[in-house]
Design a protein around this ligand. Structure first.
Ligand SMILES: Nc1ncnc2c1ncn2[C@@H]1O[C@H](COP(=O)(O)OP(=O)(O)OP(=O)(O)O)[C@@H](O)[C@H]1O
Ligand SMILES: C=C(C)CCOP(=O)(O)O
Length: 250
């Protein structure tokens, strides 16, 4: 059973403080992963939180607005590499055979903004017993310089590539909330929930919850959105939070 898990950047960082890891939250997530029955059959993706998003906002870069400013590219990508190193170190310290995979070195968007992400390194690393740890990043974008590549987009690309049975997105909220703040059990179409979906409370250049739901609806496997307290339950095979199952989902 292969699992693709995204750890929200807003979960593992202190969103109000630029480039600050939330050590307690990261260590809780790492313990849940290290102790889970899934073992090494997992690909981890993490988001930007207070690392990528602050720099991206400073340089005016988003998933659609690119930059040719090399200082901006180095600031954004560099921050994401620093967060990735912190996540990989924490996982290694708990005995998880985690290795970094940096999407900026491999992915591209063409002039129509279609994303290509090579995944043979990820599947081979998995087969060889490693736990690949990818992250939201920048991506070379034809005609736009470099744009933001969100961890949610990576999840959508990786899940079919590794033939994932389970896809989980761990965010700060217990699920996707309706207009009364109640967790929605299942989402099958964007329009049905669009009025309740906002951006993010934190600095976020990739669309917050609305961007997440839109991306996950494109998956062929159902994806679960849940909060940090439910990470162990998800890894144990339970279905906490919101199930997002688009037309292509089984
Ligand atoms: N209807 C909704 N239900 C739940 N959260 C919502 C809703 N509308 C907006 N949000 C916001 O979306 C946020 C989650 O998206 P966000 O992109 O910030 O999370 P993340 O993936 O954990 O972090 P990152 O993007 O840094 O990886 C929530 O913290 C909340 O502020
Ligand atoms: C802001 C950057 C560079 C990464 C965004 O990834 P996300 O937090 O998963 O949307």
């Amino acid at each position: 059973m292969t699992v693709v898990l995204k750890l929200g950047g807003s979960v593992i960082t202190d969103k109000d403080d630029p480039e600050t890891v939330d050590r307690a939250a990261l260590s809780a997530a790492v313990s849940a992963i290290a102790e889970s029955p899934v073992g090494e059959d997992i690909v981890i993706v993490h988001g930007g939180g207070s690392f990528g998003h602050h720099h991206a906002a400073d340089y005016g870069v988003s998933t659609t607005e690119g930059t040719h400013d090399v200082d901006g590219v180095q600031a954004i990508h560099g921050a994401m590499c620093r967060l990735n190193a912190a996540v990989v170190d924490a996982l290694s310290g708990a005995g998880v055979p985690a290795v970094p995979v940096h999407p900026f070195s491999a992915a591209t968007r063409d002039a129509d903004s279609d994303l290509s992400l090579p995944t043979a390194q990820v599947t081979t690393l998995l087969d060889e017993g490693f736990v690949p740890v990818l992250h939201g990043d920048l991506v070379a974008h034809a005609g736009a310089g470099a744009t933001v590549l969100s961890g949610d987009e990576l999840v959508v690309e990786l899940a079919p590539a590794v033939d994932a049975d389970r896809v989980g997105v761990c965010s700060t909220v217990p699920g996707v909330l309706d207009e009364d703040g109640v967790v929605i059990d299942r989402i099958e179409a964007f329009e049905a929930v669009a009025p309740a979906l906002g951006g993010s409370d934190a600095t976020d250049v990739s669309g917050g919850m609305a961007g997440k739901v839109r991306a996950l609806l494109a998956l062929s496997a159902p994806a679960l959105v849940f909060g940090p307290d439910a990470l162990s339950a998800f890894l144990a095979g339970e279905s906490p939070g919101t199930t997002i199952a688009g037309d292509d989902a089984d």
